[in-house]
Write a protein that binds this ligand. Structure first.
Ligand code: KG4
Ligand code: ZN
Length: 345
């Protein structure tokens, strides 16, 4: 079945054509130029840019696959979670095409898309496995028992890891987007210059949130970086060397926390494999550390290419394809939902 996937949940407008296990095209238009001077995504500007990009991006994906809309057999679109104004652009385009071409339509959860991105590259991964989705909005570990059977083993209680990367990069004036900027700056820094410890928190229910064994917290590390920054800033600001050391130490701590939790979650759930997903999975230190520590523990790690980690529509077409062949369909009342976890029963 040939599926057109559409993704517009945050600041990437993306479309892909997917045919039963194979990516035929995968087009992504980033909006970094729009949001750069604000140091973060501005929702209203994101929606407007999606509106400008959506048609050319879909046309680009069709051309890349040497196809027209007449060749498409199903439409998959991200409908949750994300910025509602951004999601609506993709959803409206998907509905328009589905209606005019009389094609089946299915909504896909963005996190589910990330979680299965590894299978685009490595084929089906043996269940059960532990998957970490680590992005700008989420940091969650799932036990994946089958394609649609997930259990959330841990999630962040405050900032997502990607959000912490972005905020620390902004503080250190390293540029935007923050994750890749820290990744680059860290090359010249000493990862052992500073230690940022893994936070421990109470096992008691907090503000109605029931704690999970593998929950994360990154706001404390962010504050520690802020304090360090204040301490070492001269009147002319932070030296380049100091900024590189802080970036490298911060990145090392986050990579260690994520790796340790994912591998422990895998072991406790008797998983032989782990999967890394989401934008922060493009981080070179995290990728190297997870590969190394998984090997040491005899666990297989599946770490997809960077372009499958950051937001793309191939991952949405992939999950949509599976849902469509299982007979799942959505009507034209498919709604944009800002907040929707997976794996909570
Ligand atoms: O999955 P994604 O593309 O969008 C969301 O669903 O949020 O993730 C974006 C996040 C941003 O916070 C960005 O700074 C981070 O992924 N990121 C990285 C790297 N590349 C992107 N973080 C650390 N190192 C990287 N190389
Ligand atoms: Zn994402």
């Amino acid at each position: 079945m040939i599926v057109l996937g559409i993704e517009s949940s945050c600041d990437e407008t993306a479309a892909a054509v997917f045919d039963s296990g194979k990516i035929l095209s995968n087009v992504v238009a980033t909006q970094h130029d729009v949001h750069e001077r604000f140091g973060g995504v501005v929702p209203e500007l994101a929606s407007r840019r999606h509106l400008e990009n959506i048609v050319p991006v879909i046309e680009g994906a069709l051309t890349g696959a040497s196809m027209t809309l007449d060749d498409i057999e199903g439409i998959a679109v991200t409908n949750a979670p994300g910025l509602v104004g951004s999601l609506l652009v993709g959803i409206s385009a998907a509905k328009g095409i589905a209606y005019s071409k009389n094609l089946p339509l299915v909504g896909v959860n963005h996190l589910e898309g990330h979680l299965h991105a590894a299978s685009l590259q490595f084929g089906e991964i043996e269940h059960p496995y532990a998957g970490l989705v680590v992005s700008g909005g989420h940091t969650s570990i799932y036990l994946v028992r089958s394609f649609s059977d997930y259990e959330l083993l841990g999630a962040t209680r405050d900032d997502a890891a990607g959000e912490a990367f972005d905020k620390v990069a902004k503080l250190l004036r390293l540029g935007y987007p923050g994750g890749p900027a820290i990744d680059r700056a860290a090359e010249k820094g000493n990862p052992k210059a500073f230690i940022f410890n893994k936070p421990h928190f109470s096992e008691k229910t907090m503000r109605g949130i029931v704690p999970r064994q593998f929950d994360f917290s990154f706001s404390g590390i962010k504050t520690a970086v802020l304090n360090l920054h204040r301490k070492h800033s001269q009147s002319e600001g932070l030296s380049q060397e100091m900024a590189a050391d802080i970036a490298a130490s911060f990145q090392e701590s986050v990579a260690r926390i994520l790796t340790q939790s994912l591998l422990e979650a895998a072991e406790i759930s008797s998983c032989k494999s782990v999967v890394l997903a989401g934008g922060v999975a493009a981080n070179r230190r995290l990728r190297a550390l997870l590969a190394e520590k998984s090997d040491e523990r005899g666990i297989r790690s599946f770490i997809p290419d960077m372009n499958l980690c950051t937001d793309n529509a191939a991952m949405i077409a992939n999950v949509g394809h599976e849902k469509l062949i299982r007979g799942e369909r959505n009507g034209f009342d498919l709604a944009a939902i800002s907040n929707q976890e997976i794996g909570i029963n």
